[in-house]
Write a protein that binds this ligand. Structure first.
Ligand code: ZN
Length: 122
């Protein structure tokens, strides 16, 4: 049990009487402010739930950012590969619509000397 949930916790005992912000009834003010025990429990439970929801949303947003970052790096790599191929072909290539193919037609090889080659599979 958390301190705020325990009605016998010292934070609720021996304090001045005041009108509760929650229910409006005059009762012993708590160390949490002008909140009676039931109103304070309800209030702090709601705050805890909201914080947990924010934490879950933040984790989801972080995961989305990570995937988007991976995609950005992949696109940059593919553009670099395309530019390397264009340079290797003399910088100017004209392709017909029929010559455009999906990325699965491209094969890539890494060589022991660290170089890499790309080839369009027929
Ligand atoms: Zn109250």
């Amino acid at each position: 049990m958390l301190a705020y949930q325990n009605a016998e916790h010292p934070s609720y005992l021996g304090r001045k009487v005041a009108k509760c912000y929650g229910c409006g009834v005059k009762c012993a003010k708590s160390a949490w402010g002008r909140w009676c025990h039931p109103c304070n429990v309800k209030r702090l439970d709601q705050i805890s739930a909201a914080l947990e929801d924010m934490e879950a949303r933040a984790k989801f947003a972080e995961a989305v950012r990570k995937v988007a970052g991976n995609q950005d790096r992949l696109i940059e790599r593919l553009i670099n590969e395309r530019n390397a191929i264009l340079r290797a072909a003399g910088g100017k290539v004209t392709a017909t619509k029929e010559q455009h193919r999906g990325s699965s037609y491209w094969s890539h090889q890494s060589h022991p000397d660290g170089s890499e080659t790309y080839q369009i599979d027929p």
